[in-house]
Write a protein that binds this ligand. Structure first.
Ligand SMILES: Nc1ncnc2c1ncn2[C@@H]1O[C@H](COP(=O)(O)OP(=O)(O)OP(=O)(O)O)[C@@H](O)[C@H]1O
Ligand SMILES: [Mg+2]
Length: 379
């Protein structure tokens, strides 16, 4: 009798063990699959869009949805079925040869993720249409606040400007130093720094950047960029390197501090580079004269000085004198010793105006649109 009871017990126990092992196995399998899905979702936040979906989102690329137009085509505001807002860049006609490069580049760039870089939501490539989808930035671009439709509202107080310059510097520094291969942007300018709902900077349009393979210091390339922001060696010799981005970023810093355009009209035929105006004032330490009048004197003088001096050294005509973007981030964040050394640089001792090779073609530039020209091969 006792033996029978014991056998029963053992049998029940064994049954229970088998039963629970089976279910634990199932739960484990489910958990692994769930974790894998989560991981996959983290890695790829972009997808391929159907053309129809984007036509629907933008009201068939309606003129009223148009946010603006750049060198690559028009940008439209849109809303997806889930309610999220997007910006769709509709590329102008695209050659067959470039088709393959387009998707490879978009897919590569989709993996580049940083809090200060505008991330891709995806793309669409059906028939002749080539569309790139981004998150919509509710505060549009820095250009619209400095010189465009929002400039009169004065939404960019000094704190916001400081956060924007540090954020944008961190985004570019990530492209230069943390991606493999390194990426040079080649078109840093106010319209390519977008602002999200909290006025956080998101650097855009690095999608058409050139990759620099390891071991190379620069690539010789078709010159692309915007007059006023072009480093002289890049404009004249087509040598693209990280330091060309540093130059453009320097111009952008001066623009943010002063509210002036990179090229200012001085008379009907001449335009003056912002560096030629800012350097003599910096040498004489007339910092307050460099501030954007729209700030109405409400800025932190030490920080303004930092932005201007860093801007000027970045925009030095000799590339070897320019800091790296990593150094720029440190300087902007207030690295005291480095800034003291910068202030004592010979550049800020004399009031001799920098040899401005940028003046090479300014006389022929009459307005903003012309300034956005692309210069063909100068090899
Ligand atoms: N994600 C976005 N959210 C909000 N506005 C955007 C977005 N992307 C672009 N824009 C706006 O659309 C306009 C056109 O952008 P686009 O990049 O095509 O031209 P651009 O920056 O003026 O010149 P380029 O072609 O040289 O980059 C710009 O004013 C830009 O600020
Ligand atoms: Mg742009």
């Amino acid at each position: 009798m006792l033996r029978k009871i014991l056998w029963n017990e053992v049998f029940t126990c064994q049954y229970f063990l088998e039963f629970s092992t089976y279910y634990i196995g199932l739960i484990w399998k489910w958990y692994i699959e769930f974790d894998r899905k989560k991981q996959r979702k983290k890695e790829s936040t972009w997808r391929i869009f159907a053309l129809k979906e984007l036509q629907l989102a933008t009201n068939n690329f309606n003129y009223d949805n148009k946010l603006g137009e750049g060198g690559f085509g028009s940008v439209y505001w849109g809303q997806l079925r889930d309610g999220s807002q997007i910006a769709v860049k509709r590329l102008k006609s695209w050659s067959n040869k470039a088709e393959m490069e387009f998707s490879v580049e978009v897919e590569t760039l989709a993996r580049v993720q940083h809090k200060n870089l505008l991330s891709l939501r995806g793309y669409s490539a059906e028939g002749q249409e080539r569309l790139i989808v981004y998150d919509y930035m509710t505060n549009l671009s820095l250009l619209s606040h400095l010189h465009g439709q929002h400039s009169a509202e004065c939404l960019l107080d000094w704190n916001r400007r400081m956060a924007i310059v540090v954020g944008a510097a961190e985004g570019i520094s990530y492209l230069h130093h943390c991606t493999t291969p390194h990426i040079i942007h080649r078109d840093i300018k106010a319209s390519n720094v977008l602002l999200d709902g909290d006025f956080k900077a998101k650097v855009a349009d690095f999608g058409f950047a050139k990759f620099i393979p390891d071991g190379l210091t620069h690539v010789t390339t078709r010159v692309k960029g915007t007059l006023g922001y072009l480093a002289p060696e890049y404009a004249m010799l087509g040598k693209a390197s990280e330091s060309c981005d540093v130059y453009s970023f320097g111009i952008l810093l001066l623009e943010i501090a002063s509210g002036k355009k990179p090229l200012e009209k001085v008379n009907s035929t001449m335009k003056r580079p912002i560096t030629d105006w800012a350097l003599p004032l910096a040498c004489e330490r007339k910092i307050s004269e460099l501030a954007d009048p729209r700030l109405d004197g409400k800025y932190v003088e030490e920080e303004l000085k930092r932005v201007v001096f860093v801007g000027l050294i970045c925009a030095h005509n000799r590339p070897e004198k320019r800091p790296t973007m990593l150094e720029v981030v440190e300087l902007l964040k207030g690295e005291k010793d480095k800034f003291a050394a910068l202030e004592n640089d010979e550049m800020f001792k004399s009031t001799v105006v920098m040899d401005s090779s940028a003046e090479y073609s300014l006389e022929s530039v009459s307005d903003e649109k012309e300034a956005k020209q692309e210069i063909e091969s100068v090899k």
